[in-house]
Write a protein that binds this ligand. Structure first.
Ligand code: SAM
Length: 274
């Protein structure tokens, strides 16, 4: 068990699918159209959300290798269908990254993983993926807006931000800096990179996801500083009593192609638009 609840992953999947940058998916799709067959490695796959979201956008034969250390999540991954082959492997990415068969891989993907990893681990991944396209989606970037605002929001979210930097077995976690750090590392190695926003905007129609997210923030804040327990519980109850709220959670998607198609080249490097 990794501690990532399948129910949480199922709850967030529709919001993730909606939030993914359509521009980056279109560029990835154009690039993949030049291939007959793609070999794809998805890291920290969970129940296979990245494969489900990305596979229909790739107009070529695909071989996916889905990697996670949690056998319960791997058991829920999709099976091969038609010209899309899917295999899973249970592996501790923190300890065994170099065991992955990366030489023949043409596309490395991950979603909601980068904030857990360290700078050292990320630089090893990027070195290992030198010849592959990379699509790192849905990395939280720390832009969080809770509406209506409450007096305790700032304090709670500050504790959550510190909690994000805790070691999740990969070394000190990059947390909210993850996508920008990956972009810098890739550019440093001479690659073109696109970063686009992929924010969640959760209105009252997403109240179950709102509730799970706020529970997660409360648990993280208390774990970060147990002296804040009473304040955090008060905050959580006050948020529960609100008849309606809107939560915006900032994410970034990153795409870097080794041999960009003409349309992708014309976009060159870009930073997220407001
Ligand atoms: C936030 S979840 C994202 C899952 C999936 N990519 C998605 O978008 O739904 C992070 C995933 O990383 C996996 N993970 C965390 N640490 C890992 C490690 N050391 N080795 C392999 N997988 C790991 C977890 O099991 C979990 O499935």
């Amino acid at each position: 068990m990794s501690g990532f609840d399948p129910a949480w992953l199922a709850l967030r999947a529709p919001a993730d699918a909606e939030a993914r940058s359509p521009d980056l998916l279109a560029d990835l799709s154009d690039w993949a159209a030049q291939k007959e067959r793609l070999s794809i490695l998805d890291l920290g796959c969970g129940t296979g959300a990245t494969q489900r979201a990305v596979s229909p956008r790739l107009p070529c034969e695909q071989h996916w290798l889905l990697v996670d250390n949690d056998s319960q999540l791997l058991a829920l991954c999709p099976e091969s269908q038609g010209s899309t082959e899917i295999a899973t492997i249970q592996l501790d990415l923190a300890a065994d990254l170099e065991l992955l068969p990366s030489e023949s891989v043409e596309l490395v993907t991950c979603s909601a993983l980068l904030d857990l990893v360290s700078a050292d681990w990320l630089s090893r991944l990027i070195a290992q993926s030198a010849n592959a396209a990379v699509y790192f989606a849905l990395s939280v970037d720390g832009r969080i807006a809770l509406e209506p605002a409450l007096a305790e929001d700032v304090q709670v979210l500050e504790l959550v931000a510190f909690h994000h930097q805790r070691d999740k077995s990969f070394g000190p976690a990059l947390g909210y800096e993850a996508a920008e750090t990956a972009a810098q590392m890739l550019r440093h190695s001479g690659r073109e990179v696109r970063l686009e926003r992929s924010d969640w905007t959760l209105g009252p129609d997403r109240s179950a996801l709102q509730s799970a997210l706020l529970d997660g923030y409360a648990a993280a804040a208390i774990e970060q500083d147990s002296r804040s327990t009473a304040m955090v519980r008060r905050w959580r109850q006050a948020r529960e009593r609100l008849s309606e709220q809107r939560l915006t959670v900032g994410h970034l998607d990153l795409l870097s192609l080794p041999d960009p198609s003409p349309r992708v080249k014309s976009n060159r490097t870009s930073t997220p638009s407001a």
